[in-house]
Design a protein around this ligand. Sequence first.
Ligand code: ZN
Length: 270
Amino acid sequence: MSELRRQQSGDLIWFASPQLSVYPRLKHAYFTRRGGVSSGIYESLNFRFTGTDSRDNLLQNYDIAAHLVGGDANHVIRTTQKHTDTILTVSQPVTAFTNAGDEGVDALITNVPGAVLTGFYADCQLVMLYDHRHRAAGIVHAGWRGIAKEIVRKTIEKMHDVYGCDPREMIAVVGPSICRSCFVTDDDVPEAMREAFGGMVQEYMYRQGDKWCVDLKNITYAMLLRADIPAINIDISNYCPCCGDKTLWWSHRRMGEDRGVHAGMICLTE
Ligand SMILES: [Zn+2]
């Protein structure tokens, strides 16, 4: 289990998984807020259409980011995250900027080279999955609701069903996401975790006054192991957007809605 590596090119700063970086025909990045064209509360690499940032700025930011993983904005297919467990299989080349589905798609999988699978985070987990033997990649948005719906396990199973992937050969990466000290919750989160995972999650939740602190990174780690992904194939970032470097990260918990959102992208290259 390794920390992600900080990378920089000009103003653009992103983080990369040591394990995924081994493969020359796979590109991926967890972007920070640095290196885009947006200003004010969206400064600068913002990907969020639901705020007041201009479409022009946003499409330029998508271009800048997609370029790093081998495409441009016309190769982007983006999740429409609504805390669902809906997974979309991308089976055709992406030739125009595409929203995955209005009802909410929180995970994308593909074996099509050139399709830039794109998901978003500003505390939530963005999980990347890769199987080198079957040349298949996935990206999963998982906040606590998605984790409780087991969207990550379901995406691994779907990659098995569609592409024949074997979890024992898959790599899983959990990007920068909220840490256990920052994720202070009411009873609803621990209840949802216990319902989904049983007693195994008890050690990852502890009391703080009348609240709970919930360690979502370790819950996802335990779930990945239970899904048969080997421990040595898992990279988890310790970075937390909420208590981490404010010049790099937006955090929903710290900033509410007055913020941009980060993107992660993964792409099989030709
Ligand atoms: Zn934190």
